[in-house]
Design a protein around this ligand. Sequence first.
Ligand SMILES: [Zn+2]
Length: 139
Amino acid sequence: MSDNIALTKPVPLPDADSRIYWEGANEGKFMFQRCRSCKKAQFYSRSLCSHCQSHDLQWQEAQGLGKVASFSVIHRAPIPAFAGDVPYVLALIDMAEGFRFMCNVIHCDPLSVRIGSSVKVVFEERMGSSQKIPQVELM
Ligand SMILES: [Zn+2]
């Protein structure tokens, strides 16, 4: 039985600051916050603006388009649940709306990913969970 637990990928636990993000993902929407005070986007979601500390934040839906800013190909699984995925790509994505998003580049040959590659957000379904996970794939 403990093997089953070890083979389960972590599932997000939405809190007050991230609930809209995770609910959006389940509806196929990639949500982020923009500050009404300084107009800057921020990601991940927080209770105040990481640029100017204002609490006047608003949720917006991103187009889901971005470019790879940096990435690494993972060859050693951090936990057993990811052993079947290696090698896979962990990347930082510069999204069109002006924020950076860390995720996996999925559905691709890891050797085909480049800095500057255009990507789009997709919503990964994980076995044993009803929570969809925002990821990206190459365009
Ligand atoms: Zn701000």
